[in-house]
Design a protein around this ligand. Structure first.
Ligand SMILES: [Zn+2]
Length: 495
C-alpha cells in the first residue's frame, strides 16, 4: 500500500501541486476523487519530507482507477448501457464492461457513479487559442500561460481536446509535444499551425498574417506548417461580406490543397459562399470548418460532399448565433458566468456594447446567416454527409467550452438527435482529426471522460450537468468548481 502511494506521489506530482494550490486558494476539490486526492497530497508531502524517496528505483506499480455503476454512452452511437464499469491504468482505459463482471485490481481507487452518465470527453474541432484577454482581442495576449488557462477552461466544461485552426504561434507545437510526452491535466491540443491566407482577403489575425500571393508561396507556406508537425492544413476563402477586395483565387487554393495532400495532410477550409464550396470540392478539399451561409446548398452540392467524403468538420452554429445578439442571452446562466470574470460579465452586459453591435452594418445579416447555416447543416446530416462538432470559439466573446454545449444544442435544434450530436463531438471528431486514442470509451483509449448527472439523450442540455471530467485518467476542475475572478464560494452551489 505504501509503495503504491509513493508511486502515485511520484507520477502525479504536478497534479498534486496543482490540487494543493487549488486547495490553498479555496477552490473546492472534485467531489469524485476527494479521497484519492487527499491520499496523494498526504503521501506526496510524506515523500517530500523523506527527501530522495522519489527515485528512479520506485517500483513500477500501476496507478489504477475503477469507475463503476454508471450508464455508458460510449461515443460510437451504440445504445446506452446501464450498470457499466471501466478500469484505467496509468491514464488509459484498460477494461470496459458490466459492473457485475469488473475485477478490481489490488490497490485500485474505486469511484461509484450510480445514477450518472459517462461519455468520452468532448472534442471541439474548431477553436483559436490565446487570442483574448477578457473580451479584448489582441495577438499580444497569446502566450503559453493564456493558452494553458484556456485549455483548463475547455477541460472544466468537459472539452478534453481541441483542434486549433490557424492563428497560433509556433510555441503551440512545443506545448502539443509536451502534452504528447506525458499525461496532460487540461484539454489536448491539435493544431494546423498557421493557416494560409491570400493577400487582400479575409483570414487569420493581425500580427500573425502570413499572406501569400502566388501558388509557389502558398506551397511553401503549406510545407512549412507540415514540417512543424501540423495535424492538417487550413485555408481561408472569404471576403467578409464583400468588404475586402478579394477571396483566395482557385489558382492558390488548388495549390494549397495539392501541397497538403503531397505532405499527407488533410486540407480544411474556412468558407462562406456556396460557389467556393463547389470549387474547393473540385480541388479535393477534405473538410469545411463552417457551413455555406450565403444561400441554401443544392442537392448536387450535398451529393458531391457525400460522394467525395468531404466533411462538415464544424458547423459553427454557435458562432453565427452569437452574432445575432446585441446582448448575449446567457449572461445570468451560472454555467456561463462561472467561467468568466465579473469584469467580462459587465462588459458583455453594457448598453454601450449592445448599441455598438446593433449599429454594425453586419449585425442585421446574421439572423439569415444563422438560418442558412442551420438549414444547410441539417440537409447535410440528413443526407449522410459526415460531420463533426466545432464552434470557432476563442476570438472575442466566443467562449471556450460554453460554446461547445451551445453548439450541440443548436445542432439538435437544426434537426439531429442528441446521440448524433454526441457522436459528432466525440468519435467523429477524433476520426476526422486522426486521433486514434481519444473519442470513444474503449480499451486502449486515454481516460478522457465526461461524467454527467443527467441523461443527455433525453435532453442535450443535460451535457451541462457536469459531475466530473477526467483527462488521462485524472479528475480536473469542472465549471461547477470554478468561479472565475471571484472567491471560490461567490458563485453558490451547482443548481
Ligand atoms: Zn475559425
Amino acid at each position: 500500500m505504501r509503495l503504491t502511494l509513493l508511486w502515485q506521489a511520484h507520477t502525479n506530482l504536478p497534479n498534486i501541486i496543482y490540487d494543493m494550490n487549488r486547495e490553498m486558494i479555496g477552490m473546492p476539490a472534485g467531489s469524485m476523487s476527494r479521497l484519492a486526492k487527499q491520499r496523494w497530497i498526504v503521501s506526496s508531502l510524506a515523500s517530500l519530507a523523506m527527501g530522495g524517496a522519489l527515485s528512479a528505483a520506485t517500483p513500477a506499480m500501476a496507478e489504477t482507477v475503477v469507475l463503476r455503476d454508471f450508464t455508458l454512452i460510449d461515443g460510437t452511437g451504440h445504445a446506452p448501457l446501464a450498470h457499466q464499469a471501466l478500469v484505467m491504468t496509468n491514464g488509459r482505459i484498460t477494461w470496459v464492461g458490466s459492473a457485475a463482471a469488473v475485477k478490481v485490481p489490488a490497490g485500485a481507487t474505486v469511484e461509484k457513479l450510480a445514477g450518472k452518465y459517462l461519455l468520452p470527453g468532448l472534442i471541439d474541432s474548431h477553436v483559436h487559442l490565446g487570442l483574448v484577454d477578457g473580451i479584448t482581442q489582441d495577438l499580444k495576449y497569446q502566450t503559453p500561460q493564456s493558452i494553458n488557462a484556456q485549455l483548463a477552461t475547455y477541460a472544466a466544461y468537459g472539452i478534453t481536446s481541441v483542434q486549433a485552426l490557424g492563428t497560433e504561434k509556433d510555441f503551440v507545437f512545443s506545448m502539443q509535444a509536451a502534452q504528447k510526452a506525458g499525461r496532460p491535466d487540461r484539454a489536448r491540443i491539435f493544431t494546423v499551425g498557421q493557416g494560409v491566407v491570400f493577400k487582400g482577403s479575409y483570414g487569420g489575425v493581425p500580427g500573425l498574417d502570413q499572406k501569400v500571393s502566388t501558388p509557389a508561396e502558398a506551397r511553401r507556406m503549406v510545407d512549412a506548417q507540415a514540417a512543424k508537425g501540423a495535424d492538417m492544413i487550413k485555408l481561408w476563402v472569404d471576403d467578409e461580406f464583400g468588404s475586402l477586395p478579394d477571396r483566395m483565387p482557385a489558382s492558390i487554393s488548388s495549390a494549397v490543397i495539392d501541397e497538403a495532400h503531397r505532405d499527407h495532410k488533410k486540407a480544411v477550409a474556412h468558407i462562406f459562399y456556396r460557389d467556393n464550396l463547389e470549387e474547393l470540392m473540385r480541388e479535393g478539399i477534405n473538410g469545411f470548418a463552417h457551413t455555406v451561409r450565403d444561400q441554401p446548398m443544392s442537392r448536387q452540392d450535398i451529393a458531391t460532399m457525400k460522394a467525395k467524403g468531404v466533411w462538415q468538420m464544424a458547423a459553427t452554429l454557435s458562432r453565427e448565433a452569437s452574432f445575432t445578439y446585441a446582448t448575449l442571452p446567457f449572461l445570468n446562466d451560472p454555467f456561463f458566468s462561472r467561467g468568466v470574470t465579473p469584469q467580462v460579465l459587465s462588459e458583455l452586459g453594457s448598453a454601450q456594447r449592445a448599441q455598438k453591435l446593433r449599429s454594425s452594418p453586419t449585425f442585421p445579416k446574421y439572423p439569415q446567416v444563422l438560418r442558412l447555416a442551420m438549414q444547410n447543416f441539417a440537409a447535410e446530416a440528413k443526407a449522410g454527409v459526415s460531420y463533426g462538432m466545432g464552434t470557432d470559439s476563442g476570438p472575442s466573446a466566443r467562449f471556450p467550452g460554453y460554446f461547445a454545449h451551445w453548439e450541440m444544442e443548436l445542432m439538435v435544434k437544426a434537426g439531429i438527435t442528441p446521440m448524433q450530436a454526441i457522436v459528432a463531438a466525440t468519435s467523429s471528431n477524433a476520426r476526422f482529426i486522426g486521433a486514434k486514442d481519444i473519442g470513444t470509451v474503449a480499451p486502449g483509449k486515454w481516460g478522457d471522460l465526461l461524467v454527467l448527472d443527467a441523461n443527455p439523450l433525453t435532453d442535450i442540455r443535460n451535457t451541462r450537468k457536469i459531475s466530473a471530467v477526467f483527462i488521462a485518467g485524472k479528475p480536473v476542475r469542472t465549471i461547477w468548481q470554478t468561479c472565475a475572478g471571484r472567491p471560490a464560494d461567490a458563485c453558490g452551489r451547482q443548481p
